[in-house]
Design a protein around this ligand. Structure first.
Ligand code: CA
Length: 243
């Protein structure tokens, strides 16, 4: 096949940085990630992981929580402080650690609890890629690159949000769910619908994830997060964006 045609038909190339200190898990993940990614780099310590994460752009970072050197949470926090929006998929060993990840507003895009099935992890990875591609795609025809509601302004093409002119830093998933809400003002979304539409895969039993996520989003965009005016709670059902 013509090389140019071949490259045009190939899905966009993906690069993944895997930060994981357990060689067996790293080997297994590299093997499977290699099927959908052109480049899979491996860092076995926290320091190496942070250095390589900062060294160049990546399409995804898979980050173990417990690492020698720097803890996964600190790596994530430092990358977000650098204003890096790289998608981060966190690997946690215990549900108590998971609670910590969710409790801290550090901006992971997703998480998987060990032990996990490779199929599940790959489904999460592909869902993150799909979301990022959808965000990167220029909106066509009827859609607009600029969404506005009250003082809230979303620049879809640039992946930027501002409230009353002040820039707000959102994770990829926060941006995605906010775009979802702003695009459908007044519509009620159940937690299960949000999981399905924003997270993009079956997430049974993780509806509390939506609550934590919405609370983090509110803390960033609402003038008074305790009395939200944009993302409203519909008791017993879910959430809706103010019409
Ligand atoms: Ca570990």
């Amino acid at each position: 096949m013509d090389a140019l045609l071949e490259s045009a038909l190939k899905p966009a190339s993906k690069s993944v940085l895997l930060v994981e200190d357990e060689p067996d898990i790293a080997r297994l993940l590299r093997l499977h990630l290699g099927e959908c990614c052109d480049e899979v780099a491996w860092a076995a310590t926290g320091h190496e992981g942070l250095r390589r994460a900062r060294g160049r752009p990546w399409d995804l970072i898979i980050l173990d929580l417990r690492l020698p050197g720097i803890h996964g949470l600190d790596i994530c926090r430092q990358l977000r402080q650098d204003h890096s929006y790289v998608p981060i998929l966190m690997l946690t060993a215990k549900s108590t650690e998971l609670d910590r990840v969710l409790g801290l507003e550090i901006g992971t895009d997703d998480y998987v609890t060990k032990p996990f099935s490779v199929q599940e992890l790959m489904a999460r990875v592909k869902a993150i890629f799909r979301r990022c591609e959808a965000l990167a795609r220029p909106s066509s025809g009827a859609g607009s690159d600029l969404l506005e509601a009250g003082d809230l302004r979303l620049d879809v093409a640039r992946h930027q949000v501002s409230v009353a002119g002040c820039p707000v830093v959102l994770t990829a998933r926060e941006f995605d769910s906010l775009r979802h809400f702003v695009s459908c003002p007044g519509r009620v979304f159940s937690r299960a619908q949000l999981l399905d539409q924003v997270w993009g895969y079956g997430h049974d039993g993780y509806e509390h994830t939506v609550n934590s996520h919405i609370n983090r989003l509110r803390a960033k965009i609402e003038p008074d997060p305790a009395r939200p005016t944009y993302i409203l709670t519909v008791w017993g059902v879910g959430y809706r964006f103010a019409a």
